[in-house]
Structure formats: structure tokens, C-alpha cells
Write a protein that binds this ligand. Structure first.
Ligand SMILES: Cc1cc2nc3c(=O)[nH]c(=O)nc-3n(C[C@H](O)[C@H](O)[C@H](O)COP(=O)(O)OP(=O)(O)OC[C@H]3O[C@@H](n4cnc5c(N)ncnc54)[C@H](O)[C@@H]3O)c2cc1C
Length: 461
């Protein structure tokens, strides 16, 4: 069977479905020479784009330059699952545990953030196929059902038994579900990134592409951002560089790039759609330790991702890591176990991408260069929505005045850094192995996972 899955996935295009469009914008010109501005934003993913847009909306006079090393949206922001979540904390359980005193505030801010994203789209004429469908967390093992029921009661989600879950999305593996109806929107991520960039330019932001920033240096009145053929002299700088090496070196131990992988099917026929149901088009994720996520695309394909999380020794980041046949074959096997009625459907796209993983699984923030450089990093696979919040935090930090956001414990505290190699590599491998084992043993966590839990680095989806 594995060879059949391998054949199927190899027939798919080895590139992100979202970016594979004839209307993808052409690359903008790189920066040459010297430029001065009030705010230089580094990174053309959601973090950088929201920062530039919000900065201009707040103060149209501010001169803003956005530098992108390759092209806007080519990295995580253009190749994710498109789940735009209200949660700022990588889910309620993680947020409650880490920030108990302010969890209610973080939930409110998260909903306000998602509402603000929804409101910004028509205001800026951005079409990104935004659908506020909600999401269903599904149990696929008996031992998970009780916990899911409790989760639903606690978080105000609708508990679905097996029949009710399958009436929504028909999989024989779904034993129960918790449907949160408003806290998730599904989006087309590349169209959002391109739309934000166009909106930035309409407001007067200058975007340069193919312009990696190579260093920062403080001067008397600001910060110089070095690039290959020039320099940007900025009063202030915002860093939205995600899984890539941080320009502030002392931040590097706080994140590791971890690769996540995705398959997309051919569009479903009417008969295939009838066989899966899914009329309410929710985002779905299962609550295993190594979880899958899936959703319908605007043209009714199924996007299916997750499960494996691959770390390469020495924080490796390379284009070849975007493709991993063994993971695609595993994912295809899991896909057909979940939707056996779709036997015969092909996959059109396969890809992977790097996630800026930190040990607390939600973003951390701060400043460097005497308050002139702000950063927001470490979204750990849930930054589509939260990156707009991170952009607000960076702008508030740069304002120099205390605000509701800058006073949050979440903003004022940092995750534990990862150890140097080879310990980082060994630690990640031990965690993967232990999580897989726990999944096979009714969720029972071994000594290693319990030690991580005790140190505040435990992961449980
Ligand atoms: C496969 C996959 C699936 C995911 N699914 C989801 C999901 O469904 N929901 C969700 O919420 N999150 C998801 N995520 C995570 C989400 O995509 C990210 O959290 C989010 O896009 C981060 O945005 P960003 O702008 O911080 O980073 P990025 O999109 O990675 O952008 C960073 C940019 O900075 C640029 N850059 C870096 N260094 C420099 C430099 N020195 N000079 C110039 N430019 C530089 C890079 O070229 C890049 O374009 C997923 C991620 C992956 C990889």
C-alpha cells in the first residue's frame, strides 16, 4: 500500500498550492543605495506586512520601508494551512497554563484581533477567501473522548458525539468533536499576503524584495540596516523574520526551525463532496499529540497536513527540506484511513515549510538597540491570526509608552531558550519519539515528557 501512496504523492506538484497561481504578483525591485525612513520593517510575511500596514494606518506621515529577502509571502505566510485563529496562545490549554492571571484578557484580545482582521479586508479591498467557519477538534482515539467533552464544556464549544461529528464531516475515524463556531476563519494565505502588500503600497509603504538584511548597527539617531547593495537608515526597526536567523543574535537560542508538511488533493467531484459532507466547511484538527489538520480550499480540494515535525541538526533551513517523500507517503496513508470513501482521488500539490518554534509555543516579544528595534517571534505554527497582534505589540513597544499590550505578562516574559547542539537536536528527537509513543499508549506520557511538562516546555495539542 505504501508504494501506492508513494506513487500518488510523487505525481503531485512539489510546490505550495496557494502560491501556484497565474495571478501571483511579479517580484518587486531590490534596494540599491541609501534610503532613510522612520520605520524599517524586515520580513514580508504576515508579521512584517501587518506591522507596515498598521504603522501607516496610525500615522500616514510615517515613512515606512519593508525589506523582504525573497518575495512577499513565499515563506510560512504563503504556505500554511490557512487556519486564522483567534487564539494568541496556541490554544486555550497552553494559554490557561502559562498565563492564568490574564488568560481572559488574552482571549478577549484574540477575538478582537480576529474581528479586526475580518474588518480590515473590505476596508483595504483584500480578497483572501475569508470564511469564518469555525473549527472542529476531533477525537480519533477512545481515550480522547472524555477530555474533548470537558474541553467543549470549559471553552464554550459544542460537543458532538460520533454520529453528530460524522454528520458534519464523514470519517469513520472521528469518534467525537468539539465545534468552536466563531474562533477560526479559513483564508487563502497567499492571497492575504499579496493583498496586504498591495494595501501597504496604496498607503505609501515602499516594499523592496530580493533584499536580505545582513546586519543592524545603532547610530546616534537610529539604526542602520545593511543590505548587499545599500543601507537603510531608520529611526526604528521592526523584525518579522520568523524561523530565519534573527538579526539580533541573542534571540537565536529562543527558536528552532521545525518543518511541517502538507498535501492538497485534486478538486472533489460532486459525488466525492456528497461522500464527505462538510457542508459547513469547518477547519478540522485531531487532538493527537502528533496531530493532523485539514480543510476545504475555496475550489473544494482537501488540504491535509501535520503529523510529522522535522528538525534538522544545527537549526538547518534549506530549500531541499521543503520536500520529504517519507512524510508525504505517511500523510497520504493517514488521509485515506480518514476518508476511505475518497479512494482513487489524486494529490495535486505537496510541500513543507519552516515553523519558528519556541519552548512556550506562542510568540514572544521585546526590543533591542536601546528600544529602537522591536521583534515578535516564535508563533510555533499558529501565527496566521496572531501575527497581526504581534505587529501591534511591536508598534506599541516602539512607541515607548506603556499600553495594555506592553503590560501583558505574555509580552513581558520570555520562553526558555533551547540548548546548543547537539543537545537541541537530541532533545527534539527524544520529544518526537516520546510523543509518538504516547499516541500509541493511550496518551500516557513518559518520563521525558513529564520532565518537559515540569519545566514548562511540555507539548500537548
Ligand atoms: C506548513 C505550515 C502550515 C502552517 N499552518 C498554519 C495554520 O493553519 N494556521 C496558523 O495560524 N499558522 C500556521 N502556520 C504558521 C504560520 O504560517 C506562521 O506563524 C506565520 O505565517 C508567520 O508569519 P511571519 O511573517 O512571522 O513569518 P514568515 O511568513 O516566515 O515571513 C518571514 C519573512 O521574513 C523574511 N526574512 C527573514 N530574514 C530576513 C532578512 N534578514 N532580511 C529580509 N527578509 C528576511 C523571509 O524571507 C520571510 O519572507 C503554518 C506554517 C507552516 C510552515
Amino acid at each position: 500500500m505504501d508504494s501506492e501512496f508513494a506513487r500518488l504523492v510523487l505525481a503531485a506538484e512539489p510546490r505550495p498550492f496557494w502560491l501556484d497561481r497565474p495571478d501571483a504578483p511579479p517580484a518587486r525591485a531590490p534596494l540599491r543605495g541609501e534610503v532613510a525612513c522612520d520605520l524599517a520593517v524586515i520580513g514580508g510575511g504576515f508579521s512584517g506586512l501587518w506591522t507596515a500596514l498598521l504603522a501607516k494606518e496610525a500615522n500616514p506621515e510615517r515613512a515606512v520601508v519593508l525589506l523582504e529577502g525573497r518575495q512577499v509571502g513565499w515563506a510560512a505566510s504563503g504556505r500554511n494551512g490557512g487556519f486564522c485563529e483567534a487564539s494568541l496562545t496556541h490554544g486555550a490549554a497552553n494559554g490557561r497554563e502559562r498565563f492564568p492571571a490574564e488568560f481572559g484578557t488574552l482571549q478577549r484580545l484574540g477575538v478582537e484581533n480576529l474581528d479586526a482582521i475580518e474588518a480590515a479586508l473590505p476596508r483595504h479591498g483584500i480578497d483572501c477567501d475569508f470564511e469564518r467557519t469555525g473549527s472542529i477538534a476531533v477525537a480519533t482515539e477512545e481515550y480522547q473522548v472524555g477530555g474533548l467533552r470537558e474541553f467543549a464544556e470549559h471553552e464554550g464549544a459544542t460537543f458532538l458525539d460520533a454520529a453528530a461529528t460524522r454528520a458534519e464531516v464523514n470519517s469513520p475515524t472521528y469518534l467525537a468533536g468539539a465545534w468552536e463556531k466563531t474562533s477560526t476563519a479559513l483564508i487563502h494565505p497567499a492571497k492575504l499576503a499579496w493583498g496586504l502588500a498591495a494595501a501597504c503600497e496604496r498607503l505609501g509603504v515602499r516594499i523592496v524584495e530580493r533584499t536580505p538584511a545582513t546586519g543592524l548597527a545603532s547610530g546616534a539617531s537610529g539604526v542602520s540596516v545593511r543590505v548587499q547593495d545599500g543601507v537603510v537608515r531608520a529611526r526604528q526597526v521592526a523584525l518579522g523574520t520568523s524561523a530565519f536567523p534573527a538579526l539580533v543574535r541573542r534571540l537565536r537560542p529562543y527558536t528552532v526551525p521545525v518543518y511541517d508538511y502538507v498535501l492538497v488533493t485534486e478538486p472533489l467531484s460532486a459525488a466525492q463532496q456528497a461522500a464527505v459532507g462538510w457542508r459547513n466547511r469547518q477547519g478540522i484538527w485531531d487532538i493527537g499529540n502528533q496531530f493532523h489538520y485539514c480543510r476545504l480550499t475555496p475550489d473544494n480540494r482537501i488540504l491535509w497536513g501535520g503529523f510529522d515535525a522535522i528538525y534538522h541538526f544545527g537549526r538547518g533551513l534549506r530549500a531541499v527540506y521543503d520536500q520529504r517523500p517519507a512524510t508525504f507517503t505517511t500523510l497520504a496513508g493517514h488521509f485515506f484511513a480518514t476518508f476511505p470513501q475518497l479512494e482513487g482521488i489524486g494529490f495535486s500539490h505537496r510541500w513543507g515549510g519552516a515553523i519558528d518554534t519556541c519552548s512556550r509555543f506562542c510568540a514572544f516579544f521585546g526590543t533591542a538597540h536601546r528600544g529602537r528595534v522591536a521583534y515578535a517571534l516564535g508563533y510555533t505554527g499558529l501565527g496566521v491570526g496572531a501575527s497581526r497582534f504581534g505587529a501591534r505589540v511591536m508598534l506599541d513597544l516602539l512607541s515607548g509608552s506603556p499600553t495594555e499590550l506592553t503590560q501583558l505578562a505574555m509580552v513581558r516574559s520570555k520562553p526558555l531558550p533551547f540548548p546548543p547542539e547537539p543537545l537541541a537536536y537530541l532533545g527534539v528527537q527524544a520529544t518526537r519519539w516520546s510523543l509518538a509513543r504516547a499516541g500509541r499508549r493511550g496518551g500516557r506520557r513518559n518520563l521525558w515528557l513529564r520532565a518537559l511538562d515540569a519545566a514548562g516546555m511540555g507539548f500537548d495539542s
